[in-house]
Design a protein around this ligand. Sequence first.
Ligand code: RIB
Length: 302
Amino acid sequence: MSKIFVVGSINVDYVMEITHLPLLGETLPSQSFLMNFGGKGANQAVALAKQNEEVYLIGCVGQDTMGKDSIQSLNQYGVHTDFIKTIEHQNTGLAFILVENHNNRILLHAGANQNIQKQQILDALSLAKPNDYLLVQLETNLDMVYFAIHEAQKRKMNVVFNPAPVQSIDMEILDFIDILIVNEIECEMLLHCKYDQKEQVQSFINKHQIDYFIVTLGEKGAMFYHQQDVTSYPAHAVKVVDTTAAGDTFIGAFLSEWIHTADLSQSMQYAIVASALTCTHIGAQKSIQSREEVQNYLKVHF
Ligand code: RIB
């Protein structure tokens, strides 16, 4: 069984449902409040663990109750937490999520997430074998994102990159990526073109020798590029409550299905349904459905 190493963030999400964004100087009561565990790295690790994968999260929490609780919750989901470090005098990462009309806006405080160190990555990757997977996003210190990618490449691992939240990066790092997964906005900011400008996208992935390029498009589904092949996949319609962690679920579900079946179309369709199901609940990790739950849903609805 392949191991998956996630270098990524661990946050506590404070979620409020609101009727509208408060104006400058306005105090607005929220419709509901929820505190739950999030962070793109942790969410993706949980999505993989809920698919029964062997997943190791490399990250940092602060020396506070939230940090301890986050690690405990990750353990309960089955994520290996031996390579998570507790950082003194730092707080665990925080995300303030405002859900307005089922869509979210996120304010982030990175806190301890910016403190990942080389040794943590080296210790974790000492367990890795060729063809295992490294999965990284952009909510941690950028130097360690690059370091992890280079170390994974040295070990002939597969590298999966989700450049979220999108920011300016050293584009040469993309030469070491096997699977690049972005949303519509990240696609435009990184590639300077729309997800359906096929020639531009293909020339970008050829230039960086990216094997598989996936754009998740929310209610428009997802698009998949591989060499000369381009395929669009429709979304799966559900009653959306909150879209938080839908993208993270897609990544975990896609990767798991892809590792086990090597069937692109099946993996895309499975990931689309899994991420749609996450949208039917409020919150991040707690909303992600297990393999069994997704499969039961598929039996009833397909
Ligand atoms: O991808 C969703 C995540 O983004 C949230 O859980 C929040 O913590 C932010 O990092």
